[in-house]
Design a binder for this molecule. Structure first.
Ligand code: URA
Length: 290
């Protein structure tokens, strides 16, 4: 497959994108869908129980910046964004990906002052994510709490301080990694995010991951792990095991908030983090779980 579409295709693509923009639609991204599989299986869980293949989803638009006037003219996403075969073998949106690229900034712009789910009604600040855009390691939590909602930054409360200690115990600085959440607005009373909220928000998380292309993703707690794995199984079924999320190495461990309530589990988390350190080529130190 060629790296870049030819000039004719590119022009056709630009024309089509201008057409969509005239309709009031902003930049596009391609949701590559989810295909999760266990990398190293254990005897404890049959491999097929964790093997989830979500069909390559239809290409979707991230942020329809619609005025009420055009809203009614825009068909449902599947019909709106067809995959158009091209002479290069690239779909229109594969080609647009290559030409336009995606960035954290574009993703943040597309998120906008989001009102896609009910969490916007009670949030103070959107918590998009924080850290190095060059990070090899991404931590994903569940959703902002009160401190994060007030500051617009992830993991800045008590659980965040513990996460920072965990990162530093790995021999990294917080600014070396990237930290984000499944949902970007605080669920009221710190409840778990609901399915519709996760569905509305997770495409932006997936875009962040596709831009960052980390060597390792660490899911903090079951909400993050279940969202990436598209499973309802509890975290105990796969905690500490290497899993595959769309070609990224992923590992789930306990959430720092769980560790604050259950300090006895710190040893298990430290073992998980040591696996991550080994994978990243960091010096693995023993006995750090305090
Ligand atoms: N818990 C989370 O899951 N995320 C945060 O940002 C803070 C606490």
């Amino acid at each position: 497959m060629p790296d870049r579409p030819d000039a004719a295709l590119q022009e056709k693509l630009n024309e089509r994108l201008r057409f969509y923009e005239d309709l009031g639609l902003g930049p596009f991204y391609r949701d590559r869908g989810v295909a999760i599989r266990r990398i190293a299986t254990s005897a404890a869980v049959a491999p097929e129980t964790l093997s989830v293949a979500i069909e390559e989803s239809t290409l979707r638009k991230a942020v329809p910046k619609l005025t009420p006037a055009v809203k009614t003219l825009v068909p449902e996403p599947a019909a709106r964004l067809p995959t158009l075969p091209t002479a290069t073998g690239l779909s229109l949106f594969e080609a647009s990906d290559k030409i336009l690229g995606d960035t954290l900034l574009k993703t943040r712009e597309d998120l906008g002052e989001c009102t896609r789910c009910k969490l916007h009604k009670t949030r103070n600040k959107i918590v998009f994510g924080d850290g190095s855009p060059k990070a090899d390691l991404v931590f994903i939590g569940e959703g902002p709490g009160a401190d994060e909602d007030a500051q617009g930054l992830p993991f800045v409360g008590r659980a965040g301080k513990l996460l920072t200690q965990m990162i530093e115990a790995m021999g990294l600085r917080r600014g070396d990694v990237y930290i984000c959440n499944v949902v970007k607005c605080r669920p009221p009373e710190n409840r778990q995010p609901e399915k519709d909220e996760v569905t509305a928000c997770s495409p932006f998380l997936f875009r962040q991951l596709d831009v960052l292309k980390p060597k390792v993703i660490v899911c903090l707690g079951s909400t993050a792990a279940q969202t990436l794995l598209q499973t309802n199984r509890g975290i105990s079924h796969f905690r500490g095991e290497w899993l595959d999320f769309r070609g990224y190495k992923m590992l789930a461990t306990y959430h720092p908030a769980y560790l604050l309530r259950n300090p006895g589990a710190k040893g298990e988390v430290w073992k998980d983090l040591q696996k991550v350190m080994a994978e990243l080529g960091l010096e693995v130190k023993k006995n750090k779980a305090k």
